[in-house]
Design a protein around this ligand. Sequence first.
Ligand SMILES: NC(=O)c1ccc[n+]([C@@H]2O[C@H](COP(=O)([O-])OP(=O)(O)OC[C@H]3O[C@@H](n4cnc5c(N)ncnc54)[C@H](O)[C@@H]3O)[C@@H](O)[C@H]2O)c1
Length: 458
Amino acid sequence: MSDISRREMLRNAALGSIGLGLFGTSAAAAAKSESILAKLIAGTPAKAKSMIGVPFEKHQTVRMAFIGTGLRGRSVIGEFVNVPGVQVVALNDVVKEKADQAKAIVEKANAGKPEIYVNGDYGYRDLLKRDDIDVVYIATPWEWHVPQAVDAMKSGKHACTEVPAGYTLQDIWKIVDTSEATRKHCMLMENCCYGWGELFALNLVRSGVLGTIVHGEGAYNHDLRYILFETKDEGLWRRRHHTLRNSNLYPTHGLGPVANYMNINRGDKFEHMVAMSSGAPGLFEYRDQHLAKDDPRMKENYICGDYNTGLIKTNKGRTIMVQHNVTSPRPYDRINLVQGTKGIYRDYPARVYIEATKANHQWQDIEQYKAKYEHSLWKEMGDTARRLGGHGGMDYIMCYRLIQCMREGLVPDMDVYDAAAWSAPGPLSEISVAKGSAPIKFPDYTRGRWTEGRTSIP
Ligand SMILES: NC(=O)c1ccc[n+]([C@@H]2O[C@H](COP(=O)([O-])OP(=O)(O)OC[C@H]3O[C@@H](n4cnc5c(N)ncnc54)[C@H](O)[C@@H]3O)[C@@H](O)[C@H]2O)c1
């Protein structure tokens, strides 16, 4: 184990006993008490105007800061430095070596000479005192997203958070309340919404070729067992969540794109969900096969079911299946399915069935539809995105769109209400599972404005 890993391991052990007490889950209480649950769903009345439709002020140059320069932080920094108009002014991590690596990426690309802030878990607050930052990108472990996004908005900066935005109902309301009070956007950087297949499917839906949309499916089915037991990076914090919550720990990669197909928060809304968890033998068996008998991790108790499957009903009567599995041997799959009255799209691999063209019950290759329905963002930028960007290019397109919206003074593609609605299945699935798969209502984060049609990805 390297020195960095050893130090991080000790730090995270301490965070395990302090941090999660601080930011921890209230789902158990909500599952036991209808009145607590009702309060958590209702939230608090709005104290400020909505952030729906609020454009960015125009920025010729977008001055960015990053909190968390681990694997994901450095990866998105590598995308942003290639987007015209970006200057990186400050970087924060609790591990100096990681911030140094990020600084080298920025300087090599001539995208700024960022100052580094390293001063423990709350060292990011020193960075937030600067008055030359337009937007802060947060790529830290899940327990830090809400406190850091809230502090960033309170210090007058727009906040971008990695996924999920939050994992308790109170915390999710907190980002909505803070965004409204501070007039700063809080955006969930859901890169999968910009995937080639997701934007192709969005075009199919919008063009009407799939007919009236009735059902969608999305997932995060990704064998992370090796990563979860690494003694560095996500292995230092992500596995712990499997000891704390029996829920869909990571709902937004699958759900965000489906929400876009269904105009969620823009004419439809998530009404309620039910969820079911399988048992959790995956991590136990993997651990027993791979760890020494005296390894301290042999004492951990994993409660998060290997499969968590949720069903969401929307106001307009649509259904959505959302699934999470990171602890079983299997190929990667986000499913990405959208079904309408005239046809269906499904990814992994990408395929369609469009009734009018062929009624033989066989999937059709998408080749014949590519030219017509490929999304304009991919037509214009696909080559650059594939050359420069991670995850097949979708990360570059996401970063490009954020900067384009900020430079041109547009409304962001995804706002705090999307961050909230897409993250909510984390705690809602936890409560539903604890109540024997009972239906749990979604909070209406838009406070009644979900009926309005409005912008999202162009
Ligand atoms: N959208 C995607 O495709 C994608 C991919 C990977 C990870 N992620 C998300 O990105 C986030 C980070 O994941 P990662 O893979 O980079 O993990 P990581 O462990 O590699 O990086 C996390 C970094 O945060 C730092 N950190 C911890 N506490 C901090 C604090 N209080 N202040 C500042 N820095 C702190 C750590 O030192 C580390 O460098 C997670 O939310 C994860 O879910 C998203």
